[in-house]
Design a protein around this ligand. Structure first.
Ligand SMILES: [Zn+2]
Length: 60
């Protein structure tokens, strides 16, 4: 389970390859992260945007 002393936030991003919505838990102060699409397994670099929830993604 998640350690409640280190709360995480959810980064939501759209796969640039197949369009699927992915979600990843990141640390509260994180502004970038690496993730892999749950559907097509494409690696992405995700970056926080104006919205704290919907992040921008680019294939990596
Ligand atoms: Zn995908």
């Amino acid at each position: 389970m998640w350690n409640t002393s280190r709360p995480a936030k959810t980064a939501e991003w759209l796969c640039t390859r197949c369009g699927v919505t992915n979600r990843r838990l990141v640390e509260p102060a994180a502004t970038t992260a690496k993730d892999r699409c749950v559907s097509c397994r494409q690696r992405h670099l995700i970056r926080i945007d104006d919205s704290p929830v919907r992040w921008q993604a680019e294939a990596a």
